[in-house]
Design a protein. Structure first.
Ligand SMILES: CCCCCCCCCCCC(=O)SCCNC(=O)CCNC(=O)[C@H](O)C(C)(C)COP(=O)(O)OP(=O)(O)OC[C@H]1O[C@@H](n2cnc3c(N)ncnc32)[C@H](O)[C@@H]1OP(=O)(O)O
Length: 190
């Protein structure tokens, strides 16, 4: 029998010893529609050509997100671009980490497995969870199903987020945009 493709071999996850992620006391309750965290975010904001993703807190500390694939998201004709699918997962995973743990963090590493093509006109139903915490390192994973919560799995992803202080954004980001961001009610402030 031939070996499984290298990219689909199972590797330990999380890759280091972790503690179970305890949801923050202020984490949204199941059923809560999650707010846009920043209106200029390519993933969830009101950006032309953006992904316009919407997420909901589910049961068992799962975050459910939807990505409706449009012609603006193509790579090959009629099919979603892999990089944009990775972006959708970055958003969904970040939303899970941010909303469940309420700790400011940035993506340090993002891995994707593309299992099936994702056509224009389809909706990807992404379920994300936080898998473990090791100090500042926050591990999360997600899978995306085609057309329905119980559709075929098209994409899997896992990511390391690294907790940062707010100075990460003041040092590297746009101060004016940051001021506006801090005035919105659903941000995470240290
Ligand atoms: C309600 C609101 C919703 C909020 C919803 C939000 C959704 C938004 C989703 C989008 C999120 C993004 O795209 S964020 C944008 C993309 N990401 C970035 O721009 C990050 C750029 N990178 C950086 O700024 C930096 O490299 C950091 C902050 C990630 C790490 O730098 P650092 O602070 O100096 O820390 P450092 O010591 O290097 O790393 C800390 C630990 O993590 C490990 N580590 C770091 N990177 C990696 C890596 N790629 N692979 C393995 N391990 C890594 C290190 O080995 C170390 O482990 P040990 O030695 O401690 O064991």
């Amino acid at each position: 029998m031939s070996e499984a493709p290298r990219s689909r071999r199972s590797t330990p996850w999380p890759p280091v010893d972790t503690e179970s992620p305890a949801p923050h006391p202020d984490a949204p309750r199941p059923g809560t529609k999650l707010a846009v965290h920043y209106d200029q975010c390519f993933g969830c904001g009101d950006v032309e050509g953006g992904l316009h993703m919407r997420s909901t807190m589910g049961e068992h500390a799962l975050v459910h997100s939807q990505f409706a694939v449009t012609e603006a998201h193509q790579g090959a004709p009629g099919l979603a671009h892999g990089g944009l699918l990775a972006c959708a997962f970055d958003e969904a995973l970040g939303s899970a980490v941010g909303n469940l743990l309420r700790r400011p963090a940035v993506t340090g590493k993002l891995e994707t497995d593309f299992l099936r093509p994702v056509p224009v006109g389809s909706t990807l139903f992404i379920t994300a969870k936080v898998d473990g915490v090791a100090g500042r390192k926050l591990y999360a994973s997600a899978e995306g199903r085609l057309g329905a919560e119980d559709g075929s799995v098209a994409v899997r992803a896992r990511a390391l987020f690294v907790e940062v202080g707010f100075e990460h954004f003041t040092t590297h980001g746009d101060p004016d945009a940051l001021t506006k961001f801090r005035q919105t009610p659903d941000q995470i402030n240290p």
